[in-house]
Design a protein around this ligand. Structure first.
Ligand code: CUA
Length: 670
């Protein structure tokens, strides 16, 4: 029962008798085992969906984690954590240094989706140091995001929500390689997809996808980013306007194809069942979507009733041809809706545009191997993953024949990532482990075989996403892997009832013949709730700007140079205010407007040297512009409160930062 830091937490845990706690856990575990043991177990009449798994081989500690995963155990601090310790693994001679010395740079950029923080976080890898955050679906004053006219206008047009649930970041590719131009990410909450410009590390477009409610899966088309694909997870009436509300049979899930340049939806495909995660093949043809609710249920018991769900494989060029020929069912909110259901005429012949591939029980994820040969579908409620041979999507007459392997990897397989050396790494949600396995061996083995397993390591609490470096592109580098764990309740100093989540860094560069297959857990990182997924690119793939290029906003915004500051009254109730900003002055020492005026403020940071950022904050008016060198931002507001308002700079810019001030004087109107 020894864990890495149980000793510490035991000391701090108030008056809990361990024996009693363990006995309580054992009882809960036995109850749980009865529930999950499947149809053979006499006590299987549970309201919980039967997992159909053999859990009895697992020890108490692992099953404790399983129970935590299913939510039946409360307060299992120090009990559910498994035995692999950072201490045991660190210091190995074979693992390269993962810390980065002062002044040195990391090798990789990591982009974490921020979950319901709505943002993307940028970390250095392998140090896991947080470099910056890119607000996407959330207003963020530190970057002035949602405070300037361009960013607040973008958020307003995209539904005017103040939050989003960012899940799956996807880096743009050219020729199967990350091109460093964009990162796309979905908003599960509000059915949106955003584009982040990686020159400026700033969100530059958000699309509120018509006709869908929740977007879960999101990926770019590979090898070239000609589309971004988005899966709607929640089935809703089409259109969701009050019709069919009590008729769930009529609800639909849609697969959306988005133009990455214009950020408009080109077309949508209606399917049977729902849609979960999505990934593209490497040839620009097939896109695979996992799904978990083929039953089309609206309640959990209905959703998990069947033994099979269907992965949908979309033949993208064929669907585009149908749309180009006008061969779609209807337009809803201006979007062509292609009938991709099983009964569709487009799916009845030899070349179906959507193939329905049966996979075991509510699978969660699909990830295409870097060589483009296979799509790996993790079983979630099945201990297997299914290997879909992508070439066979075109040739197999029975979709079942596209499944060429089905190794049994462990309990609760969720996501798979790759090292480019023929290995898959799958997170096991219930086992709280990572399993390394041989993909070709699994293709050659009997279905259900455990032979392809090369090793397992314990991670701490139930893992969800797992990503190896550059694994989503055609050129994985196979050295580092991050496991995004949840429920890290006893890993860090307590910080109140909402715990930090936990990312763990694993070195995968050694293919050793040991229990772990050479995997080594090297570090632990608390993260702000709740990162969902991550993607990594070598630092040479990106070349971010250090200073704004005026040409990038010319025609949209005016550059306010040193001689251009001033106040111009446009009419009785509208005033233009223009100010340059530099160390340690605003171009206007003060300016005067009248109560009730609409103030149109334009400000430019005229600094030519990188790294000198200024803020333009007006107290009590909720105005805050963040101005990077050579950047211009605008804020429009109504001066409804007469008085004096001290404008100040929010970024420390020089020794005279505090004195860098101006005044907005709002004269009372007679
Ligand atoms: Cu400019 Cu502080």
């Amino acid at each position: 029962m020894s864990t890495t830091n149980t000793d510490e937490t035991d000391e701090e845990r108030p008056e809990t008798d361990d024996d009693e706690l363990i006995a309580e856990h054992e009882k809960q575990l036995n109850d749980l085992l009865a529930e999950v043991e499947g149809p053979d177990a006499p006590e299987a009449e549970s309201t919980l969906p039967s997992l159909g798994l053999d859990m009895s081989r697992r020890g108490l500690m692992k099953a404790g984690a399983a129970a935590g995963a299913i939510g039946t155990l409360a307060g299992c601090s120090g009990i559910g954590s498994s035995g692999a310790a950072t201490d045991e693994n660190s210091g190995s001679n074979d693992v390269p240094e993962h810390t980065v010395a002062p002044g040195e740079h990391d090798t990789y950029y990591g982009f974490w989706s921020g979950g319901h923080s709505g943002e993307i976080r940028v970390m250095g890898m392998p140090s896991m140091r947080e470099l910056t955050r890119i607000p996407v679906f959330n207003p963020e004053p530190a970057k002035g995001y949602g405070f300037s006219n361009d960013t607040s206008g973008m958020l307003e047009e995209a539904g005017d929500y103040t939050w989003g649930d960012s899940h799956h970041p996807s880096l743009s590719e050219t020729g199967g390689k990350y091109d460093g131009e964009y990162i796309f990410v979905n908003d599960k909450a509000n059915g949106r997809v955003a584009r982040v410009n990686l020159n400026y590390f700033e969100t530059d477009a958000i699309l509120d996808i018509p006709n869908v409610q929740s977007v879960h899966g999101c990926c770019i088309q590979s090898p070239d980013t000609n589309y971004v694909f988005a899966n709607s997870e929640f089935r809703t009436p089409l259109p969701n306007d009050g019709s069919d509300i009590n008729n769930p049979d009529e609800y639909v899930s849609l697969f959306s194809a988005i133009d990455p340049e214009t950020m408009d939806v080109r077309w949508q495909v209606e399917v049977d069942g729902n849609l979960d995660i999505v990934d593209s093949d490497k040839d620009g043809r097939w896109v695979l979507a996992s799904a978990y609710n083929d039953e089309e249920g609206v309640e959990i018991e209905e959703m998990t009733k069947n033994d099979r769900d269907f992965v949908k494989a979309f033949d993208v060029p064929a669907i585009q041809e149908l749309v180009d020929a006008g061969d779609y069912r209807e337009k809803v909110n201006g979007i062509p809706i292609v009938d991709g259901t099983k009964a569709s005429s487009h799916n009845s012949g030899d070349s179906p545009v959507v193939r329905y591939i049966p996979t075991p029980k509510s699978p969660h994820c699909v990830e295409v191997t870097p060589d483009g040969n296979y799509g790996i579908v993790a079983g979630k409620l099945s201990p297997t993953v299914s290997i879909i041979d992508i070439d066979k999507l075109d040739t197999a007459s029975d979709p079942v024949d596209t499944i060429v392997g089905q190794p049994k990897l462990g309990l609760g397989p969720l996501h798979t990532t790759y090292d480019g050396r023929g290995h898959g790494y799958t997170s096991l949600f219930i086992d709280s482990q990572v399993v390394k396995w041989d993909i070709e061996a699994a293709v050659n083995a009997e279905k259900g075989s455990e032979e392809p397993i090369l090793g397992k390591i314990d991670v701490h609490y139930n893992p969800g996403h797992i990503q190896a470096v550059q694994a989503m592109s055609s050129e994985p580098t196979g050295d580092w892997l991050v496991v995004l764990n949840k429920l890290s309740k006893d890993r860090f100093l307590p910080v109140g009832p909402i715990y930090p989540d936990n990312d763990q860094l694993v070195y995968i560069g050694n293919d050793k013949d040991d229990d772990s297959g050479g995997m080594e857990l090297v570090s632990d990182h608390p993260v702000y709730p709740e990162p969902h997924d991550a993607i990594f690119a070598h630092k040479d793939k990106l070349d971010p700007a250090r200073i704004w290029d005026q040409a990038d906003y010319e025609g949209e915004k005016e550059y306010i140079g040193e001689g251009d500051s001033g106040v111009e009254r446009l009419d009785d109730s509208t005033v233009d205010v223009k100010a340059y900003v530099k160390r340690s002055e605003f171009g206007l020492r003060d300016f005067t407007v009248k109560e009730g005026d609409e103030v149109r403020l334009t400000a430019t940071n005229i600094e030519g040297s990188q790294d000198i950022v200024h803020g333009f904050a007006i107290p009590e008016y909720d105005v805050h512009l963040a101005l990077a060198p050579k950047d211009t931002r605008e804020a429009t507001f109504t001066a409804e409160k007469p008085g004096v308002y001290w404008i100040y700079c929010t970024y420390f810019c020089s020794a005279l930062h505090l004195e860098m001030r101006s005044r907005m004087i709002v004269e009372p109107r007679e």
